[in-house]
Design a protein around this ligand. Structure first.
Ligand SMILES: [Zn+2]
Length: 393
């Protein structure tokens, strides 16, 4: 917490980052150790499997339920992520595909962050500030979606927060609108734009788009860009020029990107290629689709895509719920131990640590999904310990 008197911790720069990661590792390890200690209480299996194991198997109850389970109540674990993904599929079953897929990335140059830094600090020295401001921006986004209804009245929404290894935190939102407010093809241009705004007409928006919504550049100009795979941009930039928005061949529309001869804007950006600064002319082919209103309100990278069919939904849901970054894999023992598997591969950045220490949610949604247990004959859940396994069977 920021206090009146001088805090050594908040001025410790890299040591503060280390402190946050260490502190969160302790918190998470303690939670995992609790789950490991309480495995006996988790020794649940379906009745049929337990009976098969005791009656038809080797009959040694100590081998039944020896799997070490990381239950779905553990936030961020694989079972937790799987459940969220299944819940999202429930929305798809009831409300068909979502209408909007929005990705919002934290901007370390937000004035709210810069104005709160102590003298001589950069945003990377204060993951706590970055987390607080990003949390507020997510709340602002939800307010715009739910209360201001900038796209129409939503009937379902969900979002997940994610951290990449060295990257900034970002949030993926999925929004389903009520049937009366569904986005019709003639409304697409009002909602999503993929062009550079005219500097003379709207200088503020022009500046926000040029600093946040230009992809790369990659390709021959910058072959070391992180998006490059086998000599091509994995995000398929530069996109072709199109004079009018078209319903695309896959489930996304192709947004209007006018050619400079056709009235499209061209602007110059300064970029870093292999450590040296150079300037590059950018036209509409490099613009990531955005919504003017959201972009102006949030002033960060905020990509808005329309989903027009069910095809992309599995990919989107996997993407939204793919879980935390994993750094190493070390699987040695024969016994399935989900807790060790999770811990061995866990990668925690100082930004994620700050977010989790402050107890901010990594997932929220509306409406609630309630899971009902359905089972086959003799498939009911039984709880047992080594001593009671034989009686239960
Ligand atoms: Zn690229």
């Amino acid at each position: 917490m920021v206090r009146q008197n001088v805090s050594v911790l908040l001025r410790a720069k890299r040591l503060f980052q280390q402190f946050l990661v260490d502190a969160y590792c302790k918190i998470e390890t303690e939670r995992l150790q609790f789950l490991r200690r309480e495995q006996k209480a988790l020794c649940a299996d379906c009745y049929q499997d337990l009976r098969d194991a005791i009656v038809d198997g080797d009959g040694d109850p100590s081998n039944v339920g020896r799997r070490i389970i990381l239950p779905s109540t553990f936030t961020g674990g694989p079972r937790y992520m799987h459940e969220r993904q299944q819940d999202a599929m429930t929305y798809v079953r009831k409300y068909v595909h979502p209408d909007l897929f929005i990705t919002m990335t934290c901007n370390p140059n937000w004035p709210e962050i810069k104005n709160s830094l102590l003298p001589g600090q950069e945003p990377k020295d204060r993951p706590d500030l970055v987390a607080r401001v990003f949390r507020l921006k997510i709340k602002k986004m939800l307010e715009m979606l739910k209360t201001d209804m900038i796209f129409g009245k939503p009937q379902v929404w969900l979002y997940s927060v994610e951290w990449q290894k060295r990257g900034l935190p970002h949030a993926h939102f999925l929004v389903w609108l009520i049937p009366e407010h569904k986005i019709t093809p003639d409304k697409i241009d009002d909602i999503v734009c993929a062009e550079i705004p005219d500097l003379a007409i709207d200088p503020d928006l022009h500046q926000i788009v040029m600093s946040n919504m230009v992809h790369g550049p990659c390709g021959s100009i910058n072959p070391t860009s992180p998006c490059m795979e086998h000599g091509h941009c994995s995000k398929k930039y530069p996109k072709p020029f199109i004079s009018e928005t078209q319903q695309g061949t896959d489930s996304y529309p192709m947004y209007r990107r006018r050619n400079p001869e056709d009235g499209g804007q061209v602007s110059t950006i300064t970029m870093n290629v292999r450590g040296s600064r150079c300037t590059q002319d950018i036209d509409n082919r490099w613009v990531v689709p955005y919504n003017k209103f959201l972009l102006r309100a949030l002033n960060c990278h905020c990509n808005v895509e329309l989903c027009m069919s069910i095809n992309s939904i599995k990919y989107v849901l996997k993407y939204v719920h793919k879980g935390c970054d994993q750094a190493t894999f070390a699987l040695r023992s024969n016994q399935v131990d989900e807790i060790s598997e999770y811990q061995n591969a866990r990668y925690i950045s100082s930004r994620e640590a700050a977010w989790r220490i402050l107890e901010f949610p990594i997932h929220e949604r509306f409406p609630t999904v309630q899971q009902l247990a359905v089972h086959l004959e003799n498939g009911q859940r039984v709880y047992f310990t080594e001593d009671t396994a034989r009686d239960q069977a």
